[in-house]
Design a protein around this ligand. Structure first.
Ligand code: BES
Ligand code: MN
Ligand code: ZN
Length: 499
């Protein structure tokens, strides 16, 4: 997908994309095409309800020859455009163009909004939606696409405000975010044999090149030396070496404390000795999405040149079973010296994150945010609509709600209390990696993580088990089955609050 931002009249593609709204006036629908001359030409199609103006409704008029355009697409925005609906609208435009084998279109943005205030948000959302919708994971198929298929789609966003600094900035930001989310999605979609801890580290290092990010990768020997007993304990059941990946971006003075983004990089989770059932186990290649997404988020922050110091911290390993694997009852020590019993080897995410949270705490950061496909229980609680987040810090909660509001990603605040901490007290060690109580499995997992965050450091944990992949049934700009890139956009918005 190629995108251009231009003044009206400077681009002449084969196809015009125009917007139509539908508002209620005294109980009757008023449908309006926001392009004066086109509205006249298509008045009959409005009358006979071919054009409804309903949000995401698409009508293609082929070969109608309008003002030099061969085709016209009218797309509904509903009563009023808003950023999230524009992501979806952009995805529908992309789908319509692909189905109609059209590879170039002009979007009449002035027909969408002439508001100087809304224009940047709308441009950014449209660009994000178009790029996110054009993501495909086809690299493992031997048959390349048909010759007749549309090659690359080019969209010209035409607006009187094309030269406006805020609009130009929003256009670039949409492109960076779209590309970084798609980058992380690919890492998630790659299967376990092609996405090992070593490969994840290589991909992170390669992506960091040229962005000003400093990448550091620790191998098994170093991880051992650094006393990361959780990461080591999980990795001992696998033939693949673990990796500890750190990306550092310094956009502010060296003296300014960083914001740390920690992500679970479990490249395949079979459960270990407490093995998982076979059904849908292949989906456990997505258990590194938290890691992939914080890598993508920090790369986006660097590309956006945010004036802030940030770090992505990703502990990465497989959770498999061999003769050396951690057994139920085994005790390991995390980097901060606290001991834990592994009473279920399938609760491994919290063990590798424990060391990463200790390491993040040592950076004396302004705040720590972590993302992890941590518990099946969060899917029971929230399905695949909301990412559940846990924090005891009221000001972080405000920051998170406002960041998610701007990014358009849905989040839900979950409880984390001393009761949950009580449930993960150990019998023979300090802690147990599973709860002694019933239910609230996501909250007790969060309570476990909390033990490794130094007191006083604002911290929030995001459980993305329900939202990291297969959300396409709700979000048309996400793949039906593939990785979504959950929380990348929200983390970038969060980072901006520390500038
Ligand atoms: N990676 C899984 C969580 C998961 C499950 C994510 C399904 C997405 C879909 C995690 O490592 C895990 O296995 N958690 C266990 C914890 C339990 C043993 C306390 C779970 O949720 O069942
Ligand atoms: Mn597991
Ligand atoms: Zn896992």
């Amino acid at each position: 997908m190629k995108l251009n931002l231009m003044k009206p009249g400077s681009a002449q593609g084969a196809t015009l994309v125009a917007f139509a709204s539908s508002t209620k006036k005294e109980k009757t629908e008023v449908v309006k095409i926001h392009h004066a001359t086109l509205a006249k030409k298509l008045s009959e199609s409005v009358e006979d309800k071919t054009i409804t103006g309903k949000a995401q409704s698409v009508t293609l008029f082929r070969d109608i020859s309008f003002e030099g355009y061969r085709h016209v697409i009218v797309i509904g925005i509903g009563a009023k455009a808003e950023a999230e609906s524009l992501r979806k609208i952009a995805a529908e435009v992309k789908k319509c163009l692909t189905a109609a084998k059209i590879n170039e279109a002009v979007i009449d943005f002035d027909g969408l909004t002439s508001s100087k205030k809304d224009a940047p948000d709308f441009v950014q959302a449209f660009v994000e939606g178009a790029l996110l919708a054009s993501y495909e994971f086809t690299e493992l198929k031997s048959k390349k696409s048909d010759k007749n298929d549309v090659k690359e789609i080019t969209l010209h966003l035409c607006s009187k405000l094309a030269a406006d600094a805020a609009v130009k900035k929003a256009f670039t930001e949409g492109q960076i975010l779209g590309e970084c989310v798609n980058f992380s999605r690919r890492l998630g979609d790659l299967p376990g044999n092609m996405m090992t801890p070593t490969i994840l580290a290589q991909e992170a290092v390669a992506a960091a090149k040229g962005t000003g990010i400093k990448a550091t990768v620790w191998d098994k020997a170093r991880i051992k030396k650094e006393k990361m007993g959780g990461l080591l304990g999980v990795s001992q059941g696998s033939d693949q070496e673990p990796r500890f990946i750190v990306l550092e971006y310094k956009g502010a003075a060296a003296s300014k404390k960083p914001v740390c983004f920690v992500g679970k990089g479990l490249t395949f989770d079979c459960g270990g000795i407490s093995i998982k059932p076979s059904a849908a186990m292949e989906e456990m290649k997505y258990d590194m999405c938290g890691g992939a997404n914080v890598i993508g988020a920090v790369i986006a922050m660097a590309k956006l040149k945010l004036k802030i110091n940030v770090m992505a911290i990703v502990p990465s390993t497989e959770n498999l079973v061999n003769g050396s694997a951690t057994k139920p009852g085994d005790v390991h020590y995390a980097r901060n010296g606290k001991s834990f019993e592994v009473n279920n080897t399938d609760a491994e995410g919290r063990l590798i994150l424990a060391d990463a949270l200790c390491y993040a705490s040592e950076q004396k950061p302004q705040a720590i945010f972590d993302a992890a496909t941590l518990t099946g229980a969060i899917i029971m609680a929230l399905g695949n609509t909301h990412t559940g987040y846990f924090t005891r810090d009221k000001s972080l909660k405000t920051k998170i709600e406002s960041a998610a509001e701007s990014s358009g990603e849905l989040v839900w605040n979950m409880p984390l209390t001393d009761y949950h901490v009580n449930d993960i007290k150990g019998t023979f060690a300090d802690f147990s990696n599973i709860s002694s109580g019933k239910g609230a499995g996501s909250a007790t997992a969060a309570a476990f993580l909390e033990q490794f965050v130094e007191e006083g450091i604002p911290w929030a944990h995001f459980d993305i088990a329900g939202t990291a992949w297969a959300v396409g049934n709700r979000l048309n700009y996400c793949p039906a089955k593939g990785a979504s890139g959950a929380m990348i956009r929200t983390f970038v918005e969060l980072a901006k609050q520390y500038v």
